[in-house]
Design a protein around this ligand. Structure first.
Ligand SMILES: *[C@@H]1O[C@H](CO)[C@@H](O)[C@H](O)[C@H]1NC(C)=O
Length: 442
């Protein structure tokens, strides 16, 4: 086995274990059950928002620290945070304060994940990036699928209760932490521990690198800025990044709170199929993500892509609104699944379109920044509609109505982009200003 394949395998096993959290499809049932005695309103309005704030606050710091400490320590931190979080789920009892503290560490757990996804770019040769990324994605999806299937099976046959599921998740997080020590350390990193400049432009940034902390930092920051500038002066990258950030923001918000929506539709005594829905969605999502890789390049012209994205956003919005207004749990499951499958397709397409327009070296930075923007939006959204101390503190159906209209809004935005593009083509009768080599408008 070649070295990159070994690394890929180690990363895959880590990703599989980390995503094996069978407690998640029933987290609301668990927190509102006799183990924690919280109400749905408390979980939605007082507990979960803290996770979002904590994640956002830590992401920027973690992104820079990750590079500085060269990935592995942060991947171990992710494992430790996960172990702590699930220990608290299991042992912290009915204290609301304890659940809020748990959410702070959940933010660490989520933020440190970026070290895992950027590790590849520092450790694996760039010609293998794509393969390794897709292997890891498959492994994490497999972990999720198996976790969801396990949770539904276990609950259906009454093998154990929701607390038991949390014990299983805790075990997997412990295993993840131990496994993280197997990862080979990374001698070089993208910004702070860089050996030699890769392109001529980059070598101009700092012609005489000295081995002092000062020059390392100024070199790292000028390279960061260079990557940032070359990506975000392309209108194509900006448009796709906007889609990415908006979609990620709404998607995380929706997946985090959908169980509360189902709880309010189904009531306490409804038979819950959350695990089965999650399993089906993961499976279908992986399939359509694969499909997205087979879309012929000739279909991905500027106009067709914009039209496609506008249509998908509107359909996602409709799916969500149906899932929200219905009084039938099954219809809600179906609406949500349709939404999730469309999201998986679009986000894969958009990610690969962004990747085509930026240099390999800046993948980690650009996707980090896009995720960051998504999280800032998510925080605003949480303050606006979810948090009990926020502006509107809507009930769960109100929140999902906002998210549904949010996607319709994204659809309208991309229709506007399409119209602008058509207008330009008509007026200039030349090739699109915003495509190909004339990409830089800044
Ligand atoms: C939750 O409430 C039930 C019924 O009031 C009680 O028996 C149980 O001990 C409580 N659980 C916790 C963890 O406090």
């Amino acid at each position: 086995m070649e070295k990159w394949q070994q690394i890929s395998l180690i990363l895959c096993i880590f990703g599989f274990l980390k995503e094996f959290r069978p407690s998640e499809p029933f987290i609301f049932e668990f927190l509102t059950g006799p183990w924690h005695n919280a109400t749905i309103e408390q979980v939605v309005q007082d507990v979960f928002p803290i996770g979002t704030y904590s994640y956002m606050a830590q992401l920027v710091v973690v992104f820079l620290i990750t590079d500085y400490f060269r990935y592995k320590p942060l991947i171990i931190v992710a494992g430790l945070a996960g172990t702590l979080v699930w220990s608290m789920f299991v042992w912290c009892g009915s204290s609301l304060r304890a659940l809020q503290v748990l959410e702070v560490f959940y933010g660490t757990y989520m933020a440190a994940e970026i070290a895992y996804w950027t590790y590849i770019y520092a450790k694996v040769d760039r010609k293998h990036y794509q393969k390794v990324t897709s292997h890891i994605r498959s492994a994490t999806q497999a972990g999720r699928f198996l976790a969801a299937t396990t949770s539904q099976t276990v609950i259906y046959y009454g093998v154990t209760d929701y607390l038991g599921l949390n014990y299983i998740a805790l075990g997997a997080q412990l295993a993840t932490t131990v496994w993280a020590f197997m990862l080979p350390p990374v001698p070089e990193s993208m910004y702070f521990h860089r050996q030699e400049p890769v392109t001529d432009e980059e070598s101009d940034l700092s012609p005489t690198p000295k081995n002092t902390a000062n020059s390392t930092c100024s070199r790292a920051s000028s390279l960061l800025w260079y990557h940032f500038k070359s990506a975000y002066t392309s209108f194509t990258v900006i448009r796709f990044s906007l889609w990415y950030s908006l979609a990620v923001c709404l998607y995380y918000q929706i997946t985090s709170y959908v169980q509360a929506l189902w709880g309010s539709i189904g009531g306490r005594n409804a038979t819950l199929w959350n695990g089965a829905v999650e399993a089906i969605l993961t499976l279908m999502g992986s399939l359509v993500a694969l499909l997205a890789g087979f879309v012929p390049p000739s279909w991905l012209q500027v106009n067709t892509t914009l039209l496609g994205l506008a249509a998908i956003a509107m359909l996602e919005g409709l799916g969500l609104l149906v899932a929200t207004v219905t009084s039938s749990l099954v219809v809600s499951y179906v609406g949500y699944t349709v939404f999730g499958i469309l999201h998986a397709f679009a986000i894969t397409l958009v990610s690969s379109e962004i990747a085509k327009h930026i240099s390999d070296d800046s993948f980690a930075l650009i996707f980090g920044v896009n995720t960051m923007v998504g999280l800032v939006l998510q925080t605003l959204l949480t303050v606006a509609v979810v948090d009990s101390d926020g502006w509107f503190a809507l009930d769960i159906r109100g929140q999902f109505t906002v998210y549904g209209y949010g996607f319709l809004g994204v659809g309208v935005l991309f229709t506007v982009f399409l119209l602008v593009e058509l207008f330009r083509e008509k007026c200039y009768r030349g090739p699109s200003l915003f495509q190909g080599n004339k990409d830089n408008i800044g």
